[in-house]
Design a protein around this ligand. Structure first.
Ligand SMILES: [Mg+2]
Ligand SMILES: [Zn+2]
Length: 207
């Protein structure tokens, strides 16, 4: 069985478009700093890296499924070239209504990925920047990491300001899990991250 880090896309990998707007062309995609290194860190820690994204702009007709696939191909190529290869991208192209099984907070994309990549969901993490990501992760039985600069954590197991920081905490958490320490001790003050150590970890892959 494999372990996965499920990554939300907008607000985690790339800068979120303003409310009510969508990334419908590659030119609008702004990758966030440190993302390739963070993904490299997850891979080194033994996680499959799988993107799970709500993209109802497809249902709205703002971009075709082929257009969305092209954006994701380019995103993956760019990140892979920087050491952060993504194993798979799942997205929900549907509108909010009628409800589908894949649009987060439903856990459908995580279940599909688990089947297709033989993933142990209980040993996996969902990393996102919204409450629906945390709900989807929890419903699938994963641990959750919330990226936010505010206090709202939506019950996440880990709270961080960036993907790089979240990965540092997850890797730390994971190491302590193996020696019997509980991730659920949310109140526990965690060691501050060392972004430089993590950067080095990401770069180590190229050496
Ligand atoms: Mg998001
Ligand atoms: Zn859907």
């Amino acid at each position: 069985m494999n372990r996965a880090a499920f990554l939300d896309r907008d607000g985690v990998i790339n800068r979120k478009a303003p409310e009510g707007r969508y990334v419908t062309r590659w030119e609008q995609m702004r990758l966030l700093p440190g993302v390739a290194s963070a993904i490299a860190g997850l891979r080194q820690a033994g996680f499959r890296v799988i993107v799970v994204s709500n993209q109802r702009c497809v249902a709205k007709g703002l971009v075709t499924a082929a257009g969305m696939d092209a954006i994701h191909r380019q995103m993956r190529a760019e990140l892979a070239a920087a050491g952060g290869a993504i194993d798979a991208v799942y997205y929900c192209p549907h509108e909010k209504l009628p409800p589908c099984g894949c649009r987060k907070p439903a856990p459908g994309m995580l279940f599909a990925a688990a089947r297709e990549h033989r993933i142990d969901l209980a040993a996996s993490w969902m990393i996102g920047d919204s409450d629906v990501d945390m709900s989807a992760g929890r419903s699938a039985g994963c641990k959750t990491a919330m990226l936010t600069d505010k206090r709202a954590a939506f019950g996440a197991d880990v709270v961080a300001g960036s993907l790089l920081e979240a990965v540092a905490k997850i890797v730390d958490c994971d190491a302590s899990l193996r020696s019997g320490c509980e991730v659920a001790r949310k109140s526990e003050r965690r060691r501050p991250m060392e972004p430089r150590a993590l950067e080095a970890m990401g770069k180590a892959k190229h050496r």
